[in-house]
Design a protein around this ligand. Sequence first.
Ligand code: 13P
Length: 254
Amino acid sequence: MRIKVIAGNWKMHKTIEEAKSLARGLAERVGRPFSQGCVAIFPPFTALSEVKRIIEKSSIKLGAQNLFWEEEGAFTGEISAKMLKDVGCSFVIIGHSERRKYFSETDEIVNKKLKSALSFDLTPIVCVGETLEEREESSTFRIIEEQIRGAFKDIPEDSALKVIIAYEPVWAIGTGKVASPSQAQEVHQFIRELLEKLYSKELAQNILILYGGSVNPENIEGLISQEDIDGALVGGASLKLEAFSLIVEKSIKA
Ligand code: 13P
C-alpha cells in the first residue's frame, strides 16, 4: 500500500525567526509518527539549519526547494545535493513550475538535478504540470508525457521507484482555482499508465504521486480520496500552522 505524503513548500517566505516559530508549532501539532504517512516541510535555504534543529525529534522531514546538479565547484550562488544532505535534508523539490518559468529550467536540467539528488540519497519531488493555455488546447497529456519522459531519461527502475512526482497544474498554483478531484485523478492515472509503459506495472503501482495547486483544508478530502492521489504539495496554505495542520490531519491518520 502507498503511504500518504503531505509536503509544505514555503517558497520565498519567512525569516529565520518566522520559520522557527512555524516549525515549532508544526512539531507540536503534527510531529508525531504516522504509520501510513509522512509530513515534510520545505523552508527557504536560509532557514534549513535552524528548522532542522527544531524538527529533529519529531517525525517531520526536512526538504529543500531546489538544488544544483554539480557536487561542488565555482558555481556562484548554487547549492548542491551534498550540501543539502549535510544540513539534514531528506527531500528536495525539482522542476517546480516557478523554476521552469522564471529560471528557464528545462526537462534536461530537471533530469540532471534528479540524478544528482538520487545519487546523494535525497528523495526528489519532481513537479510536472500544464499551463492554462496548454489545457485549453487539449495538450495536457502530451505536456505531462514530455515532462515525465524528460525527467526520467536514463534513470533505472530501482532509482525511479524512489522518486515522488507532484502533478501541479500551473493554472491552479496560487490562483485559488484548484483542479477538481476528477481532473486531478485523470492526470494522476495517466501518469501511472505512462510509468507502466516506461518501467513496469509494479513501479507504476508503487510510485507516489502528489497533487499541488491551491490545496486547502476545505478541498483536501476530495482530492486525497481519489485512487491515484497519494498526497499533496501545498504552497500558500503551508505557511499557516492551522491550515497546514488541518490538511495533514484530514489526509493521514495516526
Ligand atoms: P499553492 O498551494 O499556493 O497554490 O502552491 C502550490 C505549489 O506551487 C506547491 O509547490
